[in-house]
Design a protein around this ligand. Structure first.
Ligand SMILES: Cc1cc2nc3c(=O)[nH]c(=O)nc-3n(C[C@H](O)[C@H](O)[C@H](O)COP(=O)(O)OP(=O)(O)OC[C@H]3O[C@@H](n4cnc5c(N)ncnc54)[C@H](O)[C@@H]3O)c2cc1C
Length: 467
């Protein structure tokens, strides 16, 4: 028995991507784990509509999936996206803005439910993880080491030795812990909401848009995006201000919804006959960044994933970050297996700066997606960043690519991106095309950057299919 098991059951609360991956790591380290989940087993039922049906998977999330041995199953349910397909107003013409220079620099659309099902199966297959569904945690009593749950059979009080809170942005573990550990949380609303809709497949079940791209209808203050599902349909999300012009507040009748979508996103509206029904049946989600400090309480509890660092979805990184956090916590536990409290503290010290960095880069990426992708100055800088990467692949990579296609820690990507932004501004001042760039000066400026770090060996470019 190791120090983690010594004080009582090892409990994980929340069987989303973070909790499932963490349970596998704990089981692999030789621990018996009980994983409690408030919902019924998603492998046996349908998820309600409008709950982010598909997600973008990228390198930070691929690494733990390779590490825990599920990448081949994951590969069978992903659709690669090579770039942003831009739908401009008043034109049927679409423009593809490729993400990267190399064939593997694509992001992968994946069904949240199917991925979660693979992870639950893998957790059970360890033989050390018991999953208790329909157990909603209501409270943690740290003095008595007891967890209180609501279940279909009533209230249950269960002992724990260590509890890992992977119960998402509204975490009960976090709430209980912040009441005793002197930590704090700040919720920063974006003021924008979102609504998920479905663009149906064509009459023969075919995709009616290019599936291997992330579709964006950028409209300045708001945008629509679409990601393909393997079955031929697309999950489509409207992001818009909660109130004000073109905000959710104005979309209060079927007529207004139809006319807004027909004006702004006519290709989507025409292909979605039940748009109004979907719009009013599906929930409206709110967007906020959660910043917390005090992720643990002695040796008894730690929070990770959205429970510690929920971010808005505009860089497609929340789940990637959450699964990576599970891997990093497992490393801290392995490194100091006889001092659990120290492992938790060092985990937060390492991880919090990266969570903050990706939270900030994600907010910046919202502006990039909904507005900048139409701005000639932005497009020139982006084209130049890709060109400089081609010329100096060991020194420079565009910010988006460092975040999505490398294992570089997020705060390093943020730091490098800021240095690179200065170079791009200097080189594009007063010019309008790549042909006018002074590449000698560019080489001198790029030469001052530190070499890019090596990829994590598990970040295999061939881990997922790209065609
Ligand atoms: C619209 C949208 C789009 C997104 N797109 C992307 C994307 O493209 N790429 C990406 O990487 N991320 C994306 N994200 C973020 C991603 O969904 C989250 O970061 C990720 O799900 C976090 O995983 P988690 O396991 O920490 O938490 P969750 O996925 O929230 O899982 C928490 C689990 O805990 C359970 N639970 C909650 N409370 C309790 C309780 N009291 N007792 C027991 N169980 C409980 C829940 O039922 C759930 O199963 C998106 C988010 C949204 C909202």
């Amino acid at each position: 028995m190791t120090a983690l098991d010594e004080r009582g059951p090892v409990v994980v609360v929340g069987a989303g991507p973070c909790g499932s991956v963490l349970s596998i790591y704990l089981a692999r380290a030789g621990h018996d784990v009980v994983l409690y989940e408030s919902r019924p087993d998603l492998r046996r039922g349908d998820l309600p509509a409008g709950r982010s049906i598909n997600l973008a998977l990228a390198t930070h999330g691929i690494i733990p999936l390779v590490d825990i041995g599920v990448i081949e199953q994951v590969d069978s349910i992903t659709v690669p996206m090579k770039g942003r397909m831009i739908h401009t107003t008043g034109s049927a013409e679409l423009t593809l803005q490729p993400y990267g220079n190399l064939p593997h620099e694509v992001i992968h659309s994946i069904s949240r439910v199917d991925l979660n099902a693979i992870l639950l199966d893998a957790a059970e297959a360890t033989g050390r993880v018991r999953i208790e569904f329909e157990h909603r945690l209501d409270n943690v009593d740290f003095e008595q080491s007891v967890l209180s749950f609501t279940t279909p059979d009533g209230h249950r009080e269960l002992p724990f030795g260590v509890v890992f809170g992977t119960d998402g942005a509204g975490s009960e573990v976090r709430k209980a812990m912040l009441g005793v550990n002197g930590g704090a949380q700040r919720i920063e609303p974006v003021g924008h909401d979102y609504k998920e809709l479905t663009l149906p497949s064509g009459p023969a079940g075919e995709f009616i848009l290019e599936p291997k791209a992330l579709h964006i209808w950028p409209r300045g203050e708001f945008m629509l995006i679409a990601l393909a599902n393997p079955g031929g349909d697309f999950t489509v999300t409207l992001f818009a201000p909660a109130e004000g012009p073109d905000g959710f507040g104005e979309l209060d009748s079927p007529e207004r919804v139809r006319s807004f979508f027909q004006r702004e996103f006519p290709d989507f509206a025409s292909a979605t006959p039940d748009l109004e029904t979907q719009f009013f049946d599906n929930p409206t989600g709110h967007l906020a960044t959660l910043r917390t400090r005090g992720w643990s309480h002695g040796h008894q509890a730690v929070v990770l994933g959205d429970a510690a660092h929920a971010i808005v979805p505009f860089h497609g990184q929340g789940m990637n970050l959450a699964m990576e956090s599970a891997r990093i916590l497992a490393r801290h536990l392995a490194d100091s297996s006889h001092d659990i409290a120290a492992a938790f503290t060092s985990f937060e010290a390492e991880r919090k700066p990266h969570a903050e960095a990706i939270a900030d880069m994600t907010l910046a990426n919202y502006v990039e997606m909904r507005a900048d992708v139409l701005d000639p100055e932005y497009l020139l800088k982006r084209a130049l960043a890709l060109e400089l990467e081609r010329r100096h692949p060991d020194r420079l990579s565009p910010r988006y690519n460092m975040v999505m296609f490398s294992s570089m820690p997020y705060s390093e990507a943020q730091h490098r991106a800021s240095a690179q932004a200065g170079i791009l501004v200097a080189l594009t001042h007063d010019i309008t095309s790549l042909a006018q760039v002074d590449y000698e000066r560019a080489a001198a400026l790029v030469g001052e950057l530190q070499p890019l770090p090596d990829l994590d060996p598990l970040a295999r470019p061939d881990a997922l299919s790209v065609t």
